[in-house]
Design a protein around this ligand. Structure first.
Ligand code: PGA
Length: 254
């Protein structure tokens, strides 16, 4: 696929995989994806598997991401993980503002913006997730919701930091449900998001930001979705848990 921006496909393993299972998965991915240069491939295991996965992918083109981190750094923050701890395992990316964390941990745009700034300060690339619920889509306020999330979650970042940030548009109604946005629906929101970025930081910056689509991405819909001009990759949940399905998404997108 000839794209304006290099595709980035990330696997969000969520709260899944023991260390042994994580190693199995990543060993299979290394084998399947050894020749892939056209796409940035990222895996985001749970914290407990970061160290083993990081060792396993040392000699590969697979990159490592975390699913969250504590924005306050080291200190008396029981239960948190500091950016510096992630860097010990060569983590390069961190998913922020996933709808599950917005829903269950009550994360809001202000907190996500704080984490995004802390991520950049630590040289981690944030993958900032935004997306509307089914109720919001049905109420016709998708653009409004997404614009508020984009502006709020990127608040305070410099244009250079925004340029290096990855956004993920994930309609909440499409996550883990088997319902995918049609490629036209997804492209429409992606183009809208790029318009918001243009309004914020100008066209040159907006053109460089990679915007992933997420929500029931599978091998059989990846090509069509990733073929859209403003869709620059995918954030994959369920289908990232098996070698075959994740590798096929990547191969089908090339
Ligand atoms: P899904 O999850 O691919 O299982 O829909 C995507 C995500 O939550 O990032």
């Amino acid at each position: 696929m000839d794209k304006e921006r290099k595709l980035i496909i990330a696997g969000n393993w969520k709260c899944n995989k023991t260390v042994a299972e994580a190693l199995d998965l990543v060993t299979g991915l290394k084998r399947e994806l050894a020749a892939v240069k056209e796409v940035d491939v990222v895996v985001c295991p749970p914290f407990t598997a970061l160290e083993s996965v990081s060792r396993a992918i040392l000699d590969s083109n697979i990159r490592l991401g975390a699913q969250n981190f504590g924005e306050n750094g080291y200190g008396a923050f029981t239960g948190e993980i500091a950016a510096g701890m992630l860097k010990e395992f060569s983590v390069g990316y961190v998913i922020l503002g996933h709808s599950e964390r917005r829903q269950y941990q009550k994360e809001n745009d202000a907190l996500i913006a704080k984490k995004a700034a802390a991520a950049h300060a630590a040289n981690l690339v944030p993958i900032v997730c935004v997306g509307e619920t089914l109720l919001e889509r049905e109420a016709g306020i998708t653009n409004q919701v997404v614009e508020t999330q984009v502006r709020g979650s990127l608040a305070g970042l410099s244009p250079e930091q925004v340029e290096r940030t990855v956004l993920a548009y994930e309609p909440v109604w499409a996550i883990g449900t088997g319902k995918t946005a049609t490629s036209a629906q997804a492209q429409e929101v992606h183009a809208f998001i790029r318009g918001v970025l243009t309004a914020l930081h100008g066209e040159a910056v907006a053109k460089r930001v990679r915007i992933q689509y997420g929500g029931s991405v599978k091998a059989n819909n990846a090509r069509e979705l990733l073929g859209q001009p403003d869709i620059d990759g995918a954030l994959v949940g369920g289908a990232a848990l098996e070698v075959r399905s994740f590798a096929d998404i990547i191969k089908n997108s090339i």
